[in-house]
Design a binder for this molecule. Sequence first.
Ligand SMILES: CC(C)(COP(=O)(O)OP(=O)(O)OC[C@H]1O[C@@H](n2cnc3c(N)ncnc32)[C@H](O)[C@@H]1OP(=O)(O)O)[C@@H](O)C(=O)NCCC(=O)NCCS
Length: 136
Amino acid sequence: MNAKPLLTYRRHFRLPFRHTNSGSSSTSPAHGAVWEGSFAAIADGQVVGLSTLETIDNETDVEVGFTAVRRDYRGRGIALALKLHTIAYAKAMGVTGIRTDNDSTNQAMWHINQRLGFLRGPVWVVLRRQEQEEVR
Ligand SMILES: CC(C)(COP(=O)(O)OP(=O)(O)OC[C@H]1O[C@@H](n2cnc3c(N)ncnc32)[C@H](O)[C@@H]1OP(=O)(O)O)[C@@H](O)C(=O)NCCC(=O)NCCS
C-alpha cells in the first residue's frame, strides 16, 4: 500500500502578506528574506505552516524570523520540523550563527527554541505609557 504523506515541506515560497515583527531585526536596513531557505508545510495543497530565513545586520549570522502553523495543525511537530529545515539550510550556507526571537509569553515557541539549542541572549522589554483611559 502506498501511504500518502500528510505533509510535504516545500522550499522557496513567498509570503502572501507583509511580515513585520517587533524585534530589533525588523529595524535593520540589512534585514531581508532569504526565500530559497524559507520553508512551507503543505497539506492537501494548502500552506499550513511556514518558517522564514532572514538576513540580519551581522553578515556572518542569519535569523529564523517568522514561524507559524495554522491552528488546526498545531501540536503535531510541524513548527519544529519547519525550523529544522530552515536551520539546516542556514548551516549549509556556512553561517557562523543563527538567531531567532521569542515573545516571552509564547511558551510553545520558547519550548521549541530550547529543543533546537538556541540560548537566551539579550532581552528586549517593550514599554508603553498610558495616555488616555482605555475605552471598554
Ligand atoms: C508557536 C507555533 C508556531 C507552534 O507550532 P506547532 O506546530 O504547534 O509547534 P510544535 O507542534 O512543533 O511544537 C510545539 C511544542 O510546544 C509545546 N507547548 C505547547 N504549548 C506549550 C506551553 N504552553 N508551555 C510549554 N510548552 C508548550 C508542545 O508540547 C510542543 O513540544 P513537544 O513536541 O516537545 O511536546 C504555533 O503555535 C503558532 O503558529 N503560533 C502563532 C504564531 C507564533 O506565535 N509564531 C512564533 C513567533 S515567530
